[in-house]
Design a protein around this ligand. Sequence first.
Ligand SMILES: [Zn+2]
Length: 237
Amino acid sequence: MRMENLTWNEFDEIKERANIVILPIGSVEAHGKHLPLGTDVFAPMEIAKRVEAKLKERDIEILVAPPIWYGHSFVLNIFPGTVNVKADTLRRYVRDVMEEFAEEGFKRIILLNGHGGNYYPLVEACEEVAEKYEVEIWLINWWIDFKEDILSICSSQGHAGEDETSVMLAIKPELVKMEKAVGEKRSSRVRIIRKDIGLELFPDGANDNPKGATKEKGEAILSIISEKIVRLILEAK
Ligand SMILES: [Zn+2]
């Protein structure tokens, strides 16, 4: 059930039956010259949609909350179109949103993250909420938690890379410009924090070779990840 489509009294009823809420979160950020700025939100939204549908087939209802679009994106802020929210602002904002769901009585919040830069502020936000409420939070970073599965499908993974591009080809092919898909893996020996480091580490906003991406690979990734999350939910119930 998508929360934004419900009236307050429908929401109130669903709360009685559903004790899990999925909150997708991502970023508005440069993703090479070939992927849309909303990539990091489109992916977790799609995973959430599939998880919800698969559970519905088993007569289990969960709530899918509207996504949090803007994330913490220091490194890619050098590129036009990236909207960077400071880590502390994001932590407090996501904490407040999750606390609202805890207040409503949800017992588990699945924070489905699509963006690496959000990771540390989200861990802190989750800890703050878990400290205060009897709630369990699952922080899922799909490209990390299911890395092994992804690398059994793709030859590499990375920002705007083969995995993310494949996923976008499966979700919104009309927004992917494969003719502009270029990139390579780059890294530094130590973590360098400098305003324009993104120009070196993420040329054109990418950090992996996206050329091998296909819709089929994206479909396989989405299907295995959503199935595995469903299994985790069923096991934990
Ligand atoms: Zn991304």
